[in-house]
Design a protein around this ligand. Structure first.
Ligand code: SF4
Length: 92
């Protein structure tokens, strides 16, 4: 089973507002390795080479916080989704 298959098994309750923000998009322009793109297991962060900015699919967030921890410039504002929204995990 691939990671994408596993992610497809998760249940999400989507919110209309994001719980993730880039503090300063200009900082990303000069971020050499853009580790948020590869650190996030759910592929929430994508570098758009045309728009020259990070595009976020916050709806897919699995709430692990990896990208925020990996950002060398502390440029990601991340809070848990509002109550009742976000990913739902189950045991077993
Ligand atoms: S790691 Fe941080 S500074 Fe670098 S591209 Fe991602 S959000 Fe921007």
């Amino acid at each position: 089973m691939t990671l994408e298959d596993k992610l497809g098994l998760l249940t999400y309750k989507g919110d209309h507002q994001t719980h993730i923000k880039i503090t300063d998009a200009k900082v990303c322009l000069n971020c050499p390795k853009k580790p948020c793109v590869t650190a996030c297991p759910a592929g929430v962060y994508t570098w758009d080479d045309v728009q020259k900015k990070i595009i976020m699919a916050y709806e897919n967030c699995v709430e692990c916080g990896a990208a925020r921890m990996m950002c060398p410039f502390y440029n990601i504002e991340w809070v848990p989704p509002r109550g009742g929204f976000g990913v739902a995990y189950k045991y077993g």
